[in-house]
Ligand binder design. Sequence first.
Ligand SMILES: *Cc1c(COP(=O)(O)O)cnc(C)c1O
Length: 503
Amino acid sequence: MDVDVAATAKEHGQLQQKLWELSQTEQSTVLPDAASLAKARASLPQSLGSKGIGYADARRHILEDLVPAFNKSSISPLYYGFVTGGITPAALFADGIVTAYDQNVQVHLTEHTIATDVEYTTLGLLVDLLQFGREWHNGTFTTGATASNILGLACGREYVLRTALERKDVFSVTSAGESGIFETMLAAGLSGLQILSTMPHSSLVKSAGILGYGRANVKDVSLHGDPLKFDLDLVESELRTSNKATIVAVSCGEVNTGYFATSGFENMQALRKLCDQYGAWLHVDGAFGIFGRLLPATAEYSTVRKGCEGIELADSIAGDGHKMLNVPYDCGFFFCRHKDVAFDVFQNANAAYLTGGSSQASIPSPLNIGLENSRRFRALPVYASLVAYGSSGYQAMVMEQIKLARLIAGWLFDHPKYNALPQADSKEALLDKVYTVALFSAKDEELNSQLAKKIDATLRIFVSGTSWQGKPACRLAISNWRVQADRDFEVVKEVLDSVAGAA
Ligand SMILES: *Cc1c(COP(=O)(O)O)cnc(C)c1O
């Protein structure tokens, strides 16, 4: 291989600067134009040549051909699709370090690297940020909230089956991870597994498919007329009559509306009591909603705060890093209140070379409590950002994002050509519930059928198309640290007015 190491090292020195410049580029459009996309597509090689083009040309190709065809989903505060988050300067810096040093954090070996200690410390800092007690300092970093949901349902599966065996005084089989799901359920006299939830995120249903619950066994237990709130009587009767081991999953932040499935500590307490009584596991999907816990205890945030109250009563909690934490993709987090359960599921049995010494037992090796046996040092960007900005820095970010969402939702409520969704009796009632998402549709049916497309075609802002109560709707989700509510509100108004022909 023909590599000039010294020249490459020098380039690497400039790379951090270049990355920062790229991430700073003030863009007038959030999506690439058609010409940039076409140029990039035409530049992709048809096959792998035996002789490489060299580092310098590869770099030029990426910067000049490919980068102009990327969207600005993380870079621009005007990109409101999905819940992408941005990347804080501290996280960008740290992510470069992660790549350059490529630490494997998976086996905790105290004399080899500080990486695993940093990951564990970061989990603790996150526990503090989210205002849980340190009894929650147990879990791991994942690829995102989907993986965190998989971990939650995998730990839940282990626990509910173990509980069922104990309650039937069966001791011949003790662990699904060890003996198999089928054998364990047979021994416990169970007919299956199920998940009770209200408007779960698609990734939770996906997890049910992966883990042998079955997507068809994710059951809606919502109140008649309010599809996000739990019908506690229905939850109770399902738990009492079903012969299936059960997970109760809470949508702490529903993805279309940003609304919350529970409405305060007592609501969570009622679910906790039912789960204890019937040996069920309580899982919270808090991917982006969980950051409502950072808000100050004032009247304007009271409803949102109540939506994330009492989460600490759960058995497991899934959260996302790449969204509201504003670190790069490939980062989510998982917390579990039961220290031993993840090990029963994810341990590498019979691999002596992967075990740390007993003196290191206080920090579990991540490879025995999560999916991967090798992975990148995901925690460092989170660590850098938390240390740099502190809880008040993150609180300010969330408040600014909510401010923008509420400015937009209130404006839409009064707009002659738009509906603010979900329909509310008054503007006050609407804004009281708005978190970081504004959901809306156009009053004109024809415009509404292509609304997201028309908005996104301006290239100035990007919203996701979705469906609400059987009709097309647009979802504007705010999650970037760069948001400046008053400034960005002006752009959103201009775009939406022009699309509706109201300007
Ligand atoms: C985004 C999201 C997920 C999935 O997270 P990924 O990071 O995309 O894996 C799960 N649940 C909720 C509520 C979400 O908003």
